[in-house]
Design a protein around this ligand. Structure first.
Ligand code: CA
Length: 235
């Protein structure tokens, strides 16, 4: 494998000992790590290099990792894995619209993190080839047009409200991933009519009827009792 083919991984972590172990594990695993300690330096590296994935610590000296992630998401599709220091941050991470692809709680094994990096890179590649391929070649019926904020389902473009789009986009990006109503509320906190669990239920209800109008025989959004909602995993 030549250097040019190695995926470049941006490690944004201000603790040297943590960063060292990540960098070592990534290098051992055939990646090319680039280590920075601040959000500012991360932005510069993103501009200057072809970054394949970002490992992002939540607690950085100059910026909150969540905010940095949101900012990056506005202009980059690069996958992001969060490093969180506390277990209670997990819930926040799991549901948010901020678009992390995975997260790892400290303390973690660098080898495990490296394995997650591989998984996310593989998934991203698959998603890219899926969205680039014609719809007929894949059984997954959704496709998202980020720029025009449109989602199509079995080849039909759905007419969605802003809130429905955001909700469905979140579900479609991670089939099988269960979102609690609270997490979906976090996601839609600024949408009218989404101020309670009941508001979320009603958005989901209306989404379902739009999906059923296209394919009455398919239940795309599943209710997981006592847990929340998920997009059907297998298609
Ligand atoms: Ca830190």
């Amino acid at each position: 494998m030549t250097t040019a083919m190695k995926p470049m991984i941006l490690v944004v972590e201000d603790e040297r000992s943590v960063a060292d172990s990540i960098v070592y594990a990534l290098r051992t695993d055939g990646c090319e790590p680039v280590w920075v300690t601040t959000g500012g330096a991360a932005r510069e590296e993103l501009r200057a290099r072809e970054i394949a994935l970002i490992i992002l610590d939540i607690g950085l000296p100059d910026v909150n990792g969540f905010d940095l992630c949101r900012e990056i998401r506005r202009s980059h599709e690069v996958p992001i894995i969060f490093l969180t220091a506390r277990a209670e941050e997990l819930d926040r991470v799991a549901g948010l619209e901020i678009g992390a692809d995975d997260y790892v709680t400290k303390p973690f094994s660098p080898r495990e993190l490296s394995a997650r990096v591989r998984t996310v890179l593989r998934r991203t590649l698959q998603q890219r080839s899926r969205s680039a391929a014609p719809a007929v070649s894949s059984s997954f019926p959704f496709s998202i047009d980020d720029h025009r904020r449109l989602i199509s389902y079995f080849g039909k473009t759905l007419t969605l409200t802003h809130a429905e789009y955001r909700l469905l986009e979140q579900l479609v990006r991670r089939p099988g991933w269960v979102y609690s109503r609270e997490q979906l509320l976090d996601l839609l906190w600024d949408e009218p009519g989404a101020t309670s669990a009941r508001g979320i239920d009603s958005h989901v209800k209306s989404l379902r009827s739009k999906l059923r109008a296209v394919r009455p025989d398919v239940e795309a959004i599943e209710t997981r009792r006592g847990q929340g909602y998920a997009l059907r995993e297998r298609w």
